[in-house]
Design a protein around this ligand. Structure first.
Ligand code: NAP
Length: 251
């Protein structure tokens, strides 16, 4: 056990695979009861089956406009105190400036921004009650951008601004709000991309030049460890920050 989250309730969105699954497992291993959300109920149940502290699975589709309210009701029916909220669910739609679509923008912003903010708002009284804290998952793309990442990068920039402003709004209540901006992680979205035909070796080699720390790609656990630290009392005077977990990536 690295931190002691015994008796605490943690909500993790996008916990059905990748970074969110690693974050949920890490918080549970350190004692938290984790409430996990995503669309894939089966994947969530499979992960929950091997997790300690009586985890709870709630199916939710954050592409739908009213999903945050429904999800919040389901969460608050489980616990009226929320100690940790990790807003991790995220999507990336590749569309360049010449081919932007309203559907692509709406999908990206509904999942990555709109419902993230609305869910946080709905859970704010429960976070204030518990003097809890929030960790949003951003991306180095919010600083660097990338080809075809207009909507994704803008959505992650919005998360950084939201993080800063929410930390100001909630600071007097003792609720800390931070973000983690991962670099290139050999899991989650990249794992899916490699499985669907993107050449792993060529891509990894190309990116390594941008990674000062031994040219190493990150792991889901690297991200989960940063989230756990931010969520813990050891980061008790840290708020309003976007912490890059990116091996010093040159952006
Ligand atoms: P991933 O493997 O694609 O996982 C995304 C998670 O979000 C899944 O659990 C997915 O579950 C959930 N999700 C997607 N659409 C959803 C929807 N409409 N409603 C509810 N849940 C939804 O990606 P990942 O790499 O782990 O990404 C996790 C976070 O890290 C994202 O915010 C991403 O932007 C960020 N990030 C990742 C990297 C990286 O290198 N991997 C780098 C920087 C930032 P379902 O499909 O079951 O709904």
């Amino acid at each position: 056990m690295t931190y002691d989250f015994s008796g605490k309730t943690a909500v993790v969105t996008g916990a059905s695979r990748g970074l969110g699954a690693a974050i949920a497992q890490t918080l549970a291993d350190d004692g938290a009861r984790v409430i996990m959300l995503a669309r894939s109920e089966k994947a969530l149940n499979d992960i929950a089956a091997n997790m300690p502290n009586n985890p709870v699975v709630i199916p939710a589709d954050f592409a739908k406009p009213d999903s945050a309210e429904t999800a919040a009701k389901d969460i608050l029916a489980i616990s009226e105190d929320i100690d940790i909220l990790v807003n991790n669910a995220g999507v990336g739609v590749v569309e360049d400036m010449n081919n932007l679509t309203q559907d692509g923008l709406d999908f990206t912003f509904n999942v990555n921004v709109r419902n993230l903010i609305l869910l946080t708002g709905q859970l704010t009284p429960a976070l204030m009650k518990a003097r809890g804290n929030i960790v949003n998952i951003s991306s180095v793309s919010s600083f660097s951008g990338g080809l075809g990442q207009v909507a994704y990068a803008a959505s992650k920039g919005a998360i950084n601004s939201f993080t800063r402003n929410a930390s100001i709004d909630l600071g007097r209540s003792g609720v800390r709000v931070n973000a983690v901006a991962p670099g290139v992680i050999d899991d989650g979205m990249w794992k899916t991309a490699f499985e669907s035909g993107v050449d792993r070796e060529t891509t990894m080699k190309k990116m390594r030049r941008l990674l000062p720390l031994e040219g190493r790609w990150g792991s889901a656990q690297n991200v989960a460890d940063a989230v756990a630290w931010l969520a813990s009392d050891k980061a008790g005077y840290v708020t309003g920050q976007v912490i890059r977990v990116d091996g010093g990536m040159i952006v």
